[in-house]
Design a protein around this ligand. Structure first.
Ligand SMILES: Cc1cc2nc3c(=O)[nH]c(=O)nc-3n(C[C@H](O)[C@H](O)[C@H](O)COP(=O)(O)OP(=O)(O)OC[C@H]3O[C@@H](n4cnc5c(N)ncnc54)[C@H](O)[C@@H]3O)c2cc1C
Length: 468
């Protein structure tokens, strides 16, 4: 491991974005029209859409740390839609519902760019097709089927299948074969987006209380009171729970999620390596492994490499190796240098990680726990684009507006659950270990043994769409 590498929980993006001076914690009891618990993208986009609908609305956010310092400020910055899930969506919800969700998610990918432009927030938003590339002969992410499914619902040009020559025109590596692109995609500097959004909310009068972790929520007939560990509370007729993986602690949602860790490493500026690979279009790239690698360039010429193969969280215990896992960072560095051997003697300067809230269907889900409490969770490593859509959905639900957004297939879907602990952790960890074994054998050109193969098939047999 590179000894000069800074490995922290929060990572480089937040440093580059300049951080944020925390707002005052909640010190006395207050009232709001809508209270949002959790200041990641989902909570902040919900607040944004609420005040766009009614600028006089009193919106408050209670955030346990500093808004945008969780996964929202540390992720890979790939702004993606839901194109890869269209075959599943068609099978479960039909063509019209699949098309409605694809369109809504695509609108959000574009809307984030428009928002940055209009609000003067320089979040390095760059629209560019996303490339999904085969890096071993065994990989098959089903892109033929995905392209056909998108075409069947009328989104004919959303997915393009590429041979190895076309892939090399986007990014050259001896490890890459064919692949596919998804048109409606972009990248951002995630912390600039999160902190830019936070600043705009404060400017528009949203009350943000940081270092204010909610300890309890009491629902009365007329209102909800959320109280922090310091004892102060906010009373509001409507509360939105946007707490990411911490939703594991909410009894009604805990079984509908699991949490696993993802890690990222980043190089020093290497514009020469990027130019030599011909990778100058700003495309985000993923490979077609089951526990995928995701990688991209930055405006200042670095390469970022992430890997979704970290540990599972036991119950709602986060922190520790969920956020800082040297073995995950080591794996990501090795992959970086395998894909781009020109990086052999170049510095990998930063590493960081965080929790991914995984839903059994791979799709986030939104809904209500009674008339006053609403939630959204389960982004499964694809939350940068979909959290904007989630904010639009939750703002509608909070205002009791039923519309095309609240009729999307991700609103109040039939609940799918994981087994209770300790089975979730034991089973999930065993499946992840098998997936890692399979991916690494296949990376080396071999075939997995039948037992490992059988274990990796379990989620599918149980009707779950977990990996990637
Ligand atoms: C390493 C990594 C890489 C990723 N890469 C990508 C990517 O490239 N593209 C992509 O689309 N997605 C990616 N993701 C996923 C993406 O970051 C998330 O889906 C997205 O940020 C979810 O936003 P959120 O608001 O739901 O959750 P969060 O960002 O987790 O925000 C939830 C907030 O709630 C707060 N909170 C929790 N409990 C309480 C409480 N009791 N009281 C008050 N506040 C509370 C937390 O402190 C946190 O700030 C990645 C995630 C990680 C960790």
């Amino acid at each position: 491991m590179n000894s000069a590498m800074q490995h922290t929980a929060t990572g480089w993006w937040l440093q580059e974005a300049g951080g944020a001076k925390p707002t005052d914690p909640l010190a006395v009891d207050r009232f709001a029209d809508v209270l949002i618990v959790g200041g990641g993208y989902l909570g902040m986009w919900t607040a944004w859409h609420l005040i766009q609908g009614d600028p006089a609305m009193k919106v408050a956010i209670l955030e346990s740390e500093v808004c945008g310092h969780g996964p929202s400020g540390r992720n890979g910055g790939m702004v993606n839609s839901v194109a890869a899930l269209v075959p599943d969506l068609r099978a479960k919800h039909g063509d019209l519902a699949a098309r409605a969700l694809l369109d809504a998610a695509n609108d959000s990918v574009r809307a984030i760019g428009i928002w940055c432009e209009e609000q003067g927030v320089d979040a390095w938003y760059r629209a560019a097709a996303h490339l999904d590339v085969e890096t071993s002969e065994f990989q098959d992410a089903g892109w033929d089927e995905i392209a056909a499914a998108c075409a069947a619902i009328g989104a004919t040009d959303e997915v393009a299948l590429l041979d190895s020559t076309a892939v090399a025109q986007i990014c050259r590596s001896d490890c890459f074969a064919g692949g596919a692109t998804v048109k409606t995609s972009a990248t951002v500097q995630p912390a600039r987006l999160a902190l830019g959004l936070r600043a705009k909310l404060i400017e528009h009068g949203v009350s943000i209380y940081e270092h204010s972790r909610v300890a309890s929520i009491r629902v009365d007939r007329a209102a909800v009171v959320a109280r922090t560990f310091d004892g102060a509370g906010i009373t509001a007729p409507t509360v939105i729970l946007a707490v990411g993986g911490r939703a594991l602690r909410i009894p009604a949602l805990g079984r509908r999620l699991s949490v696993a860790s993802s890690h990222i490493v980043m190089t020093e500026p290497v514009p020469d390596v990027i130019a030599a690979a011909g990778w100058t279009g700003g495309e985000g790239i993923t490979d077609q492994r089951t526990l995928l690698h995701y990688f991209r360039t930055t405006r200042d010429g670095r390469i970022v490499m992430g890997w979704g193969g970290g540990q599972m969280a036991f119950a709602s215990r986060m922190g520790g190796r969920i956020e800082v896992d040297p073995s995950c960072a080591e794996h990501a560095v090795a992959t970086l240098k395998r894909f781009f051997p020109e990086l052999a003697n170049r510095a990998v300067t930063h590493a960081w990680g965080g929790p991914i809230d995984v839903s059994p269907t791979h799709l986030p889900f939104f809904g209500s726990l009674g008339p006053r409490v609403h939630y959204g969770v389960g982004f499964t490593g694809n939350g940068v684009g979909p959290s904007h859509l989630g904010g639009r959905i939750l703002a509608s639900i909070a205002c009791d507006r039923r519309n095309d957004l609240t009729r999307l297939a991700i609103v109040e879907p039939d609940p799918k659950t994981f087994p209770p602990e300790p089975l979730r952790w034991i089973g999930g960890s065993a499946i992840r270990a098998a997936l890692i074994r399979k991916d690494s054998v296949e990376d080396g050109g071999g075939r997995t043994d039948p037992i490992t193969e059988a274990i990796t098939m379990l989620p599918k047999l149980l009707g779950m769409n977990l990996p990637r």
